[in-house]
Design a binder for this molecule. Structure first.
Ligand SMILES: [Zn+2]
Length: 379
C-alpha cells in the first residue's frame, strides 16, 4: 500500500534525536517506511512528536471514568484533542461492587480500543495519605478482592495503586505482578524499607511521586528515596506547576533519569473545561483557577492538566530537552504498558499516533491511528 500522506518539513523527534526537515509518512493506520510520491503536507516550522500516553487519568470534558460509557468516551475524546492518543482510565476508591461493575464497563471500552486499560487507584490505600479518596471506603489490601477486580476487567487491568505497607500489601503486589498488572506504590505511609520490600515483591511504578506519601526526610527517607533510587521503578510526576515545585521535578528527573519518568495528568472532570463544581467519585470538588480541591477538607483532588500542557511546561518552564519530554510523555509509559511495539515513537510500522506542535510548543494537530483528531490549520 502506498503512503496516503507525508508530513514534511517538521522537526521530528525520534528515539535517536531530533531530525530537522524530517518526513513522516502515514500509510493507513501506520507510520510507513518510505514516503513514495504521496501528497506532502508542509509542516515546516512545527515539531512532530509521538502521541502522548497517559497512565493515570480520571476524566475530562466534564465527565469521568467512573461514569457511563458515554461519559467515559467524552473524557477520552477530550484528552485526545489534547494529544493523548493512548490513555489508561483510572478509577477512584468506591464500594467494591461499584468498582467491579465499572471494571466491566471499562474493560468493554478497552476491548473496543477506546482506552488502553484500567488503573485502579484504591480502595487499598492508606487512610493517612488518602488525598481525595473517601476514608470510610478505604480498606486493607485483600488478595481475594484484588483478584476480583482483575477478573472483572477481563484482561484489561493494567495497574493498581496501593499502600503496600498495609496488611497483605506485599502478597497483593505479588498477585498483581503474577497477572501482569503493574503494582504501583502510592497513597502510602510506608517507610523506606517497606517500600523497598514492595519493589522486591514486584512493584514497578511510583504513583504521583511526592504527592500522597511522606516527605523526604534525612533520618527517615520514606518511599520517595526508595522509589527514586531503585532502577526497577518508573516514577509518575504531575507536571502542572501545582502538584510539584519545579525544583522537586528537577530533582526527580536528575535522580531517576529521563528513562524512568512518566508524566501523567491525574486529571479529573474539569480538565479541558474550566472552573466549577465537580464530583471525583463520591466526593465533591471545587475547581478554582484550574486547581481542584475537595470541598470538604481542601485536599488537592486530581488536576485539570492535559498532556499537551505538560509537554509545553516541560520544555519551556522546566528546561527539559524535547527528547526527554517525549520519553516522559510517550516512550516510557508505552514501554511500561508493554505497547512499545505499537506506540511511543515515530518509527515505521508503529501506529500513526502523532502530535503536531508549533514553535511555541502549542498543539496544532493530533493524529490517531492515521486519522486526524485535530486537523492542523496550515497556511
Ligand atoms: Zn489519581
Amino acid at each position: 500500500m502506498a503512503p496516503s500522506l507525508v508530513l514534511a518539513g517538521a522537526r521530528v523527534v525520534l528515539p535517536t534525536g531530533v531530525v530537522d526537515d524530517g518526513r513522516v509518512a502515514v500509510e493507513g493506520t501506520k507510520i510507513a517506511a518510505a514516503s513514495g510520491d504521496a501528497p506532502a503536507v508542509d509542516v515546516t516550522g512545527h515539531w512532530l512528536v509521538p502521541g502522548f500516553v497517559d497512565l493515570h487519568n480520571h476524566g475530562g470534558g466534564g465527565a469521568s471514568f467512573s461514569g457511563t460509557a458515554d461519559e467515559v468516551l467524552t473524557a477520552v475524546r477530550t484528552h485526545r484533542r489534547h494529544g493523548t492518543t493512548t490513555l489508561v482510565a483510572s478509577t477512584v476508591t468506591d464500594e467494591m461492587d461499584l468498582l467491579v461493575r465499572q471494571a466491566g464497563l471499562l474493560g468493554e471500552l478497552a476491548e473496543q480500543g477506546e482506552i488502553a486499560g484500567i488503573h485502579f487507584e484504591g480502595p487499598f490505600i492508606s487512610p493517612c495519605r488518602k488525598g481525595a479518596h473517601s476514608e470510610e471506603l478505604l480498606r486493607d489490601p485483600d488478595p481475594a478482592e484484588v483478584r476480583k477486580l482483575i477478573d472483572a476487567a477481563r484482561g484489561h487491568a493494567r495497574m493498581m495503586t496501593l499502600a503496600t505497607e498495609l496488611p497483605d500489601g506485599i502478597d497483593s503486589v505479588r498477585l498483581l505482578a503474577e497477572h501482569g498488572v503493574i503494582a504501583a506504590v502510592g497513597h502510602t505511609d510506608a517507610t523506606y524499607e517497606q517500600t523497598l520490600a514492595a519493589v522486591d515483591a514486584g512493584a514497578t511504578v511510583a504513583t504521583h511521586l511526592f504527592n500522597a506519601m511522606p516527605a523526604l526526610n534525612h533520618r527517615s527517607p520514606g518511599p520517595i528515596a526508595a522509589l527514586l533510587e531503585d532502577e526497577r521503578v518508573t516514577v509518575e510526576l504531575i507536571n502542572d506547576g501545582t502538584h510539584l515545585h519545579p525544583a522537586a521535578l528537577q530533582l526527580a528527573f536528575h535522580h531517576a533519569g529521563a528513562a524512568r519518568v512518566a508524566f501523567i495528568t491525574d486529571a479529573m472532570d474539569a480538565a479541558g473545561i474550566g472552573d466549577g463544581r465537580y464530583m471525583l467519585g463520591p466526593l465533591e470538588v471545587e475547581v478554582s483557577e484550574g486547581v481542584a480541591r475537595l470541598v470538604h477538607g481542601g485536599s488537592i483532588a486530581g488536576s485539570t492538566l492535559t498532556l499537551d500542557r505538560a509537554f509545553k511546561r516541560a520544555v519551556t518552564v522546566d528546561g527539559l530537552s524535547v527528547t526527554d519530554a517525549v520519553a516522559a510523555l510517550s516512550a516510557n509509559p508505552a514501554r511500561l504498558l508493554g505497547l512499545s511495539d505499537r506506540i511511543g515513537s515515530l518509527e515505521p510500522g508503529k501506529d500513526a499516533d502523532l502530535v503536531l506542535l508549533d514553535a511555541d510548543f502549542d498543539l496544532k494537530g493530533v493524529m490517531r491511528r492515521g486519522e486526524w483528531v485535530v486537523a492542523p490549520q496550515l497556511p
